[in-house]
Write a protein that binds this ligand. Structure first.
Ligand SMILES: Cc1cc2nc3c(=O)[nH]c(=O)nc-3n(C[C@H](O)[C@H](O)[C@H](O)COP(=O)(O)OP(=O)(O)OC[C@H]3O[C@@H](n4cnc5c(N)ncnc54)[C@H](O)[C@@H]3O)c2cc1C
Length: 499
């Protein structure tokens, strides 16, 4: 059996899912290269986090999107269990306020039937209010889709990465691909800012930059990605309006509508906006006042009341990698042999990612004539970091007796202990990513609460400094180091010396 060296470009939800699926077979020796310090820091980090039922995908216009979305929805129901990914499956309500709106909502019933989405039906005011006590009383009804779920998108990438590593995948972070090497009409590897890597098959899952990578391989010159910005507002956990179901307005030609959801971490989140940006604005993640007013207005249409703005703890924006005509570009090429595009994966890319991965496996096996051999020793399960927030007091007592680190609280807003932070650091090192304060936030939620890290960031940095044996000023927060200036401020306030 020939073993193929596979390099996947991009450790987002798509690239990492492909790595997991390919790692089930003996045929591949898999590496992922990622330009960021950690996995899942691209589009996959910040989105509405919905596992769509897929009744909103037009099966005639976008057959592949519709099919893989529907399949992805089912696969996620298993993957979240296998990989211990935070998830809820409350179902979704597309809310309408007029008979015109109702007609628009009804349009999606035919998509539901064609896409084989179960249980989609229209409900009216009484039933709607019984399903969702937080609904705006002006709502006349909704299209109900029971199979909608919400997951933690960044924890999903981390969980899959950890499982892929267990199954032999290698990850190289802070490694930016700058060239695809081709000889005799076949790919032979990639060049990066850190040197070259040999490969027989190169899979382009580079998110917002997948068009650049495709052009490097001399493929699909007409394919360009346009960024479409989506803004969000996040409220504190303690607000009294937290929808049980996933609520949203009727879709528009460029978006699935504005959502009001309670995230898996218990926050009310409203968003996204949809704003097309110029082709080169791929890092324009600033939030805007127009976006904010729009979200407050649309959120107010969905909910019985919008919590006071004082309760907003975060505003953020993310960019959709919008491909021409909304079509995903998934193809395995013969010229150059071994180059595979998984590009322009706009929404519902999070939902579809596991199904995209299986589709890519089949595609490369058929196109490149690979006789797949399953691994007998493939590891299916992975456990997340034990969180003291979710265990009962007797078990916590026992845990603290065994490891006193569980009794030392580092993040008070989210109740995250020192033991969890240290475990997160070890897990980051194990997958080959770079330990950062942000990386710990995404693994433990420390810093995601009311104070947004104001009180715990330096404590986390201190733990990183001790564990890694580096000075505090060299600890990386996101991409840059803490810096001497900030440390001087901490010392002046005697915060560091108190610990
Ligand atoms: C506002 C918004 C809301 C959304 N809501 C939903 C939703 O609710 N449900 C849903 O199903 N989908 C949703 N989506 C879509 C979903 O988030 C994306 O389809 C999915 O995250 C795309 O994943 P990806 O792996 O292709 O891209 P990414 O996550 O961006 O991963 C690509 C990776 O490639 C890396 N990379 C790029 N260039 C290079 C290079 N030269 N060298 C090395 N690495 C490189 C990047 O750093 C990045 O980490 C939403 C998207 C947005 C923006």
């Amino acid at each position: 059996m020939k073993r193929y060296k596979v390099v996947i470009i991009g450790a987002g939800i798509v690239g990492i899912s492909i790595a997991r699926v390919l790692s089930m077979y003996e045929n591949f020796d898999i590496s992922i290269v990622e330009m960021e310090p950690d996995v899942g820091w691209g589009v996959s980090k910040a989105n509405t986090s919905i596992i769509h039922p897929c009744h909103e995908e037009d099966p005639e216009k976008y057959p592949l999107r519709a099919r893989l979305c529907r399949e992805g929805n089912s696969i996620w129901m298993n993957w979240v269990k296998e990989l211990d990914i935070p998830a809820r499956w409350p179902g979704e309500l597309m809310v309408f306020y007029s008979s015109e709106d109702e007609q628009e909502a009804k349009k999606y019933i035919s998509f539901a039937i064609k896409n084989d989405v179960p249980g989609v039906r229209i409900i009216y005011r009484d039933e709607l209010t019984s399903y969702e006590p937080n609904i705006n009383p002006e709502a006349e009804g909704a299209l109900y889709a029971p199979t909608a779920g919400t997951i933690s998108p960044f924890e999903a990438v981390i969980a899959i990465a950890e499982n892929a590593i267990e199954n032999g995948v290698k990850i190289f972070v802070e490694t930016r691909v700058i060239n695809i090497r081709i000889r005799n009409h076949s790919v032979i590897g990639i060049d990066t800012n850190r040197g070259s890597i040999d490969a027989n098959i190169v899979i382009n899952a580079a998110g917002l930059y997948a068009d650049y990578i495709s052009h490097m391989a001399g493929v699909a010159h007409e394919f360009y990605i346009k960024p479409r910005r989506g803004e969000y507002i996040v409220f504190d956990e303690d607000v009294d309006v937290k929808p049980i179901k996933i609520l949203h307005t009727t879709p528009t030609p460029i978006t699935k509508g504005v959502y009001a959801i309670t995230t898996v971490h218990g926050n009310l989140m409203i968003g996204p906006t949809a704003e097309d940006l110029s082709i080169d604005a791929r890092e324009s993640k600033a939030t805007t006042e127009d976006g904010f007013s729009y979200l407050i207005r649309e959120g107010g249409r969905l909910l019985k009341r919008i919590p006071p703005t004082l309760k907003i703890i975060r505003r953020f924006a993310s960019l959709r990698p919008e491909p021409p005509y909304g079509n995903w570009l998934i193809d395995a090429y013969m010229e150059p042999w071994g180059f595979v595009n998984v590009a322009g994966i706009r929404s519902p890319g999070l939902t579809a990612a596991p199904a995209i991965a299986k589709y890519v496996l089949k595609l490369i096996a058929e196109r490149y004539d690979i006789n797949l051999v399953e691994k007998s020793s493939w590891i299916r399960y992975r456990k997340g970091i034990k969180s003291i927030r979710s265990i009962d007091i007797e078990k916590l007592d026992e845990l603290i007796r065994r490891n006193s680190g569980y009794g030392k609280i580092v993040c008070y807003c989210k109740t995250v202990s020192e033991a969890e932070i240290l475990e997160a650091i070890d897990r980051i090192i194990k997958i080959g990513a770079k330990p950062t304060v942000d990386g710990i936030k995404f693994r433990t939620t420390a810093g995601f609460g009311k104070c947004q890290g104001l009180f715990c960031r330096w404590r986390i940095a201190l733990l990183l400094s001790k564990r890694l044996g580096i000075p505090l000023y060299s600890v990386t927060i996101k991409k840059s180091q803490y810096g001497l200036g900030d440390i001087k401020i901490l010392l002046r306030n005697k915060m560091v010396s108190k610990t």
